[in-house]
Design a protein around this ligand. Structure first.
Ligand SMILES: Nc1ncnc2c1ncn2[C@@H]1O[C@H](COP(=O)(O)OP(=O)(O)O)[C@@H](O)[C@H]1O
Ligand SMILES: [Mg+2]
Length: 264
């Protein structure tokens, strides 16, 4: 028997691809008091609530136009959130223009890389995206938060493996992870859970007590990745993560990046 759809208690059903519902439209003629006639309205679901995408659509043809726009947006993955948005970023050091008007968007779940020779401005761009450096012009958004205006909110969603970085050499892998976890203000329980999980994922679990200075370069790089992941970030920045690694370790890091995408 076919169940009747109950508006007050909708049940999720999968028809083909499961998608996040972001838009919906309905005919308001029965409730509409202000508009005085039948009107078809389309709303967008946002964090704040419902946003009027299109007010009164007087005809079916109008409604169809809006639906077509929405479907086109859907095709482009427009219903996914922009994890990173860089808008016209610029940075000069004295008379050296390190970054000149860089704009791009990265969707949730997207692995995005930018290439360029030494000195092209990659590291400077990452430092602006992660709030370490204030752009001279332009701005950066992380999951909808402006990195300069809401630095804490943005930074709590970010993990970074910087180009030049080292774990504390005299601390073990475990203690390095605990230290970073404390800096993020995580609870002891969360730190332990997360640190164990990351060490297992990266194949460092059995050597968690080894001091960082006694790790190989590849192991040290993996530890840096684990440290960057301790707060379960939504966005992970890796600045030349395979630089100086042997072919196998480099491949391992690339495979790990693919695996991590499936985990968020
Ligand atoms: N703190 C700084 N002071 C002065 N110049 C800098 C500074 N950081 C970077 N630069 C210059 O900006 C340019 C871009 O550097 P960088 O972003 O590190 O490039 P990449 O990471 O692509 O190799 C280079 O010419 C570099 O010398
Ligand atoms: Mg660099």
């Amino acid at each position: 028997m076919k169940e009747k759809f109950n508006v007050d208690a909708p049940k999720p059903v999968i028809y083909g691809l499961l998608r996040k519902m972001e838009y919906f439209g309905f005919i308001t003629s029965k409730w509409d008091v202000e508009g005085g006639g039948p009107a078809r309205r389309v709303y967008k679901i946002t964090e704040e609530g419902l946003e009027y995408l299109n007010s009164s659509l007087k005809s079916l043809r109008d409604a169809k136009k809006v639906i077509d726009l929405i479907l086109a947006e859907d095709e482009k993955g427009g219903w996914l959130m922009d994890a990173i948005e860089a808008v016209d970023l610029q940075k000069k050091f004295g008379n050296v223009t390190a970054v000149n008007s860089v704009s791009f968007k990265v969707k949730e779940g997207e692995i995005f890389g930018f290439l360029g020779p030494n000195g092209a401005g990659k590291t400077t761009t990452i430092r602006m995206l992660t709030g370490l450096l204030k752009p001279d012009r332009g701005y950066a958004m992380i999951m909808g938060y402006n990195v300069i205006d809401e630095p804490i909110k943005a930074k709590m969603l970010v993990g970074v493996v910087p180009e030049e970085a080292n774990p504390y050499p005299d601390l073990s892998s475990w203690d390095n992870l605990v230290l970073v976890g404390r800096l993020y203000g995580l609870s002891g329980r969360d730190i332990k859970d997360r640190a164990s999980k990351m060490l297992k994922l990266l194949g460092l679990y059995d050597i968690m007590d080894r001091k960082a200075k006694n790790l190989s370069k590849g192991q040290r790089q993996k530890l840096l990745v684990a440290m960057a992941l301790i707060n379960n970030p939504k966005v992970l920045f890796l600045d030349e993560p395979t630089g100086g690694l042997d072919v196998l370790s480099a491949r391992m890091i690339r495979e790990l990046i693919l695996e991590l995408r499936e985990m968020v």
